[in-house]
Write a protein of this length. Sequence first.
Length: 67
Amino acid sequence: MIVAADNLTSSNPVVAEALTKLDPRPLQELARRCEQAGGELSCVLANVLQSGLIDTARWIKKLGSQS
């Protein structure tokens, strides 16, 4: 069985603020906590409905490749 977090979405205020500010620290902390709890998979669902959508998606991809 693969354990995955399901609250890493932009409807989560912590995630939404991190995406708005392009601040990786809150996302890294959430991922760290999920991993410590036994999580094996994380996926950030970013429903960013603004002009910076492409830049935000690239930022998330880059952040994911750093882990």
